[in-house]
Design a protein around this ligand. Structure first.
Ligand SMILES: [Fe+2]
Length: 375
């Protein structure tokens, strides 16, 4: 028996922050970071919450730690709110989710959870995951709980208008990697495929536009919607070893998640597709899936084998359009440090929660070889 469910109501478009007007008369906790608290996005949110009693927890940090979550939980208990509004990128949403999960376990039920993403990438507004870092071991832990689904996601393109190009590229390529990984995942379905396909159509068309025209409201809206669709796809289908390897490298070296994914993706596609050079050998089911994506995104080549290469080249082309690095050495990581870390990185990636969903079995030695290929 199979099930596909979307738990979160989506309010989208330029008027969607108006949903917050309905919280008038209630105690509302806004969870965000110090920078976001000083921005136009926060001003808009506070204006929409004018009739509410608002408390702001603005101590979220990038790669949120257990300590930040504990701090947020203490703040929550002092309020305690009737609604939580998480405003930010993946870190603020993940912190709010973790706080929310513990609060529910402590008996704080009937609290509405509203996610307002300020980047177009993580898809966190649609997922039951939160990634929290253990500061002592640098280990990233994935929390998963149905309690962490936001009740409402607000996708207001005005909130992401003017996002700087670098952040636009990094977060946008994270969304691309969500859609591509969900599309070939062991657990993909017709429903997750539909969302991944639409997300990729939108991202390939509009992400380069938002990269060069940060104030293009129409393009921002499409990319914002696409990131959410990609979030729905991977929430249901899962991810693969692009994310496993990215989590491992990102836990050791300080590099934005989406930038790493963009760098890793072509290598993993070639690994997952298998050897396509021998023309008489059978083509794997995964290679066929990649070829479908290549065809869908406009790869001009005729044969299925060449369409896998076509998808890789479309992704590399998009990466170049976004001025993104192609090798680990371009990220400022000293090669000798990376090489020394490879055995540990491979082990960490192998044990990552995304590895079982990868369409091709990948052992520690396979992942080591892939890591070496990235240098
Ligand atoms: Fe991601």
């Amino acid at each position: 028996m199979n099930k596909f469910q979307i738990r979160t109501a989506i309010y989208y478009g330029v008027e969607s922050l108006g949903y917050l007007n309905g919280l008038a008369g209630r105690r509302v906790l806004v969870v965000t970071d110090a920078f976001m608290a000083s921005t136009e996005a926060m001003r808009r949110v506070l204006a929409a919450l004018q009739g509410s009693a608002v408390a702001v927890f603005d101590r979220v940090k990038p790669n949120p730690t257990i300590e930040v979550v504990t701090d947020g939980l203490r703040f929550f208990m002092e309020c305690p709110p009737q609604a939580v509004v998480a405003l930010g990128g993946g870190s603020s949403l993940d912190t709010a989710k973790a706080v929310f999960k513990v609060a529910v376990e402590q008996g704080y039920s009937d609290v509405e959870f509203i996610a307002i993403p300020t980047t177009s990438g993580s898809g966190s507004e649609m997922t039951s995951y939160a990634v929290i870092t253990n500061a002592a071991t640098k280990e990233k832990m994935a929390l998963v709980s149905p309690d962490m689904y936001p009740d409402v996601a607000i996708l207001d393109p005005n909130i992401v208008l003017g996002t700087p190009p670098r952040l636009t590229a990094d977060t946008g390529m994270d969304a691309v990697s969500h859609a591509v990984e969900a599309y070939v995942s062991k657990h993909h379905t017709d429903f997750s495929d539909a969302m991944a396909e639409k997300a990729l159509h939108l991202l390939f068309e509009y992400l380069p536009v938002t990269y060069v025209e940060s104030d293009n409201l129409a393009a921002r809206e499409r990319v914002h919607n696409a990131a959410c669709l990609a979030g729905m796809a991977f929430e249901n289908a899962g991810l693969g070893i692009v994310h496993s390897i990215s989590h491992a490298i990102g836990g050791t070296f300080s590099v934005p998640h989406g930038r790493l994914n963009a760098l890793i993706m072509p290598t993993v596609i070639e690994f997952n597709a298998g050897d396509l050079r021998v023309s008489k050998s059978p083509i794997s089911a995964t290679a066929l899936r990649y070829a479908q994506l290549g065809r869908m995104l406009g790869s001009a080549t005729a044969s299925t084998r060449n369409q896998v290469a076509g998808l890789v080249s479309l992704i590399k082309h998009l990466r170049r359009d976004l001025d993104m690095p192609e090798r680990i050495t371009d990220l400022g990581i000293p090669p000798y440090e990376f090489v020394a870390a490879i055995p540990t990185l491979a082990e960490t990636a192998f044990n990552d929660h995304c590895t079982p969903g990868n369409p091709r079995e990948a052992g520690v030695e396979d992942i080591e070889a892939l890591l070496r290929f990235l240098i």
